[in-house]
Ligand binder design. Structure first.
Ligand code: AMP
Length: 497
């Protein structure tokens, strides 16, 4: 395997005429054009004194230019430090003081004492590209080892300080090469890329895999359902988070005809409901392929390409990845028993930046990374996620796994999406409540739904209250922010207990 992942993403042998990326305006980027942009950017970074191991930070809109900035950083052995475009100044300050980048590229001018600050607008223009106009072909690809850092991604940690996950060249190589193989990606594929590139899903799982397979991408700056519908027929692959699929399904124009050239739709980053899975199949004829990963571990499991894809399961551990469900006491859970998923393999991060104690605490004594996800693994080795460890609700001494209650609620046609959380309760310790988002025209009665649920769920699992909200709080990846809901609804039972 190549040691600097850049060699895998931009192989030495290539077809100079192939359109590697087509941007939103229909402009094609072939390999020589991309390489010259990468080299021009790399030379600016080198002029700014960036040495191997130095961090290059970016809070830029998704574009071919910002993607080439990432590739330029990898090429010269720097460590890529992407930031969510939605981060507040306080969040950015925290990351900057922790990761201390040598160069920071932002859409706005910044002034930092020990960092060279450059700008890049959504169209790529700005001080970085002004400095990069000269032709600087031939920037050398710096030799890196598989254990060397390629990127630091701050986790979207819902509690406490965000942590910098140290991702190595070896992690990225494994992720891109394995997915290209198990998803059968070839140079004949074109991915309609609509995910953000500051997150592992859009960058490492989507973009890197396509580059490693010498496939093509149509690069959308963001997910826009109308744009996706108009471009789907030009693509063979689409990767999304579940909300992207529910938004596509909400559009009447989305149908099998538009999807007829697509060979693979994948879903990940958040739970995909059985209803969305079934509706997608009915509308398009395609079976969504659900896969599971996290910032710290790039990719862990996937449903198979050619075997049965089962709704609600995230599939099997990828080749070379070892997973187990562990009980609280650290022993391996029985088949189908719920436990925390632990994972070991070339996909697992090196550790958390500047947090050696936290790193040690997140690994078991035999070297498995603790995912924080509660799962059960069935007799076939299929993984079923039941929720996050910290979202487990203990009510009156009974464990309630939110996913089970959410699955029951999702079966009501009026419910577009829902979140089940535990809130303080004087008698039960925690009480189960649900917060639901309804379909536009829906008729919904919370009381009768609670009554009806008693035919499906044990009494202790049934929400004591169901609250209707216009829209559930979500992060940039479409994941429902349960911590926000827990704060908002924390006093639900404060006067009732
Ligand atoms: P992130 O680090 O932002 O990628 O978030 C990782 C977390 O997202 C995992 O630990 C899971 O809790 C969740 N996740 C990722 N993929 C899936 C999936 N297919 N189904 C359910 N949850 C998922």
């Amino acid at each position: 395997m190549p040691e600097n992942v850049y060699h895998l993403l931009m192989p030495r042998v290539f077809d100079a005429n192939k359109k590697v990326i087509v941007d939103e305006c229909g402009i094609s980027w072939r390999r020589p054009e991309l390489e010259s942009l990468i080299d021009n950017i790399a030379s600016v970074l080198l002029d700014a004194g960036v040495a191997p191991g130095d961090r290059v930070g970016a809070k830029t809109e998704k574009s071919v230019h910002s993607f080439c900035l990432y590739l330029a950083a990898l090429k010269i052995g720097a460590v890529w430090l992407p930031m969510n475009t939605a981060y507040t100044q306080a969040e950015v300050d925290l990351i900057l003081s922790d990761a201390t980048p040598k160069v920071l590229v932002w859409s706005e001018p910044m002034n930092l004492k020990h960092t060279t600050c450059l700008t890049m607008a959504a169209d790529g223009s700005g001080t970085l590209m002004q400095a990069a106009v000269q032709d600087s072909k031939g920037v050398r690809t710096v030799c890196r080892h598989s254990q060397d850092l390629a990127a630091i991604l701050y986790t979207s940690g819902t509690t406490g300080r965000p942590k910098g996950a140290m991702i190595t060249h070896g992690n990225l190589e494994f992720c891109a090469a394995t997915l290209a193989h198990v998803w059968g990606v070839t140079s004949g594929d074109t991915l309609l890329h609509a995910l953000p590139t500051f997150h592992a899903h859009g960058l490492f799982i989507a973009a890197n895999t396509m580059l490693a397979a010498r496939a093509s991408m149509i690069f959308l700056p963001k997910f826009d359902p109308e744009k996706v519908l108009s471009l789907l027929s030009k693509a063979t692959m689409f990767m999304g988070v579940p909300t992207l699929y529910t938004r596509l399904l909400a559009n009447e124009r989305f149908n099998a005809e538009l999807c007829k050239n697509i060979r693979l739709f994948t879903s990940g980053s958040a739970p995909l409901s059985a209803e969305t899975f079934a509706e997608f199949k009915a509308r398009t004829g395609h079976t969504l392929l659900e896969r599971y990963g996290m910032t710290e571990t790039t990719i862990i499991t996937s449903n198979p390409l050619s075997d049965e894809r089962v709704a609600g399961s995230v599939g099997y551990a990828l080749p070379g990845v070892s997973i187990q469900a562990r009980r609280q006491d650290g022993r391996i859970a029985a088949v189908d028993e719920v436990g925390e998923l632990v994972v070991k393999g070339p996909n697992v991060l090196k550790g958390y930046w500047n947090l050696s104690e936290k790193t040690a605490a997140e690994f078991t004594s035999d070297g498995y990374f603790k995912s924080g996800d509660l799962v059960r693994i069935d007799k076939h080795g299929r993984v079923w996620i039941v929720g996050r460890n910290k979202d487990l609700i203990i009510t009156g001494g009974y464990n309630v796994y939110p996913r089970e209650v959410e699955t029951a609620l999702s079966r009501y046609s009026a419910v577009r999406d829902c979140a089940v959380i535990g809130v303080p309760h004087a008698d039960f310790g925690e009480a189960v409540i649900a917060i639901v988002e309804l379909n536009d025209t829906a008729n919904f009665d919370a009381k009768s739904t609670i009554g009806d649920l008693s035919t499906q769920l044990a009494k202790y699992k049934i929400p004591k209250e169901i609250f209707v909200v216009p829209s559930l709080p979500r992060n940039a990846m479409g994941k429902i922010q349960k911590n926000v809901l827990k704060d908002e609804f924390s006093s639900t039972f404060s006067c009732k207990a």
